[in-house]
Design a protein around this ligand. Sequence first.
Ligand code: SAM
Length: 234
Amino acid sequence: MKPLKFEEQFEDGKHRPLDDYATAAEQYIPGRRAIFAIVEASLQELLPAGPSNILVVGAGGGEEILRLGAANPEWSFVGVDTFQPMVDLAHRRLSESPVGARAKVHTVPIDELDQKDFDAATCILTAHFVPDDGAKLAFLEAIRTRLKPGAPLAIFDGVSMPDEAQAELMRRIWKRHAIRNGAPADEAEKNAQNFKKVAVVSVEREEALLTQAGFKHLMPIFRGLAITGWLAFA
Ligand SMILES: C[S@@+](CC[C@H](N)C(=O)[O-])C[C@H]1O[C@@H](n2cnc3c(N)ncnc32)[C@H](O)[C@@H]1O
């Protein structure tokens, strides 16, 4: 079975409109705000004072650019995403913010982005949509080769559980967590079931792939239910 693509969630026409993406993400993703606070603190700590150019992989919706750009006026952003409606949403939201003047978001896969020598990269809740059939490794390599040597990547993904009993419990907690945050019950059930369909890999496999892609000094910086975050250095 082919893993679920992000855009396929919207194909039955029953999903909430994409314009509600930011609200839905806050309901579903454990520690959504903490993730951005941790990424911002990490990059503030690691990047030198002055201008930095940050690559945002899976920039659709514009959330990380808006959040990271707000209090860091010397950071500029280049985003890539493969789903045009999410890029359109990013453009709309960025056009309403002063951060938009420091950001470009392109509808292009990362391996087709010409620009290189980025000072840092983020890849938030995106690599888990890329199948682990060689494509996930190539995707991570394409990020690494666009970074300056030693530059940090902040990567956050859903991960798989060690066995089906834990996976089942995780899905039940995931659903309950979303409902208590205001998500509709039927939508929350569908979203939890997506864990069976998305190309998530284990923590160990994700770390092996990052290492194989040439990233070093992997450092876990977040865990909230199945969502796991690392810093990794090119
Ligand atoms: C769950 S959303 C996360 C968006 C954003 N990073 C955030 O946290 O708000 C996943 C995004 O990854 C994009 N995406 C999926 N596969 C991709 C790929 N191979 N390359 C670039 N973007 C991809 C989707 O179009 C979608 O915009």
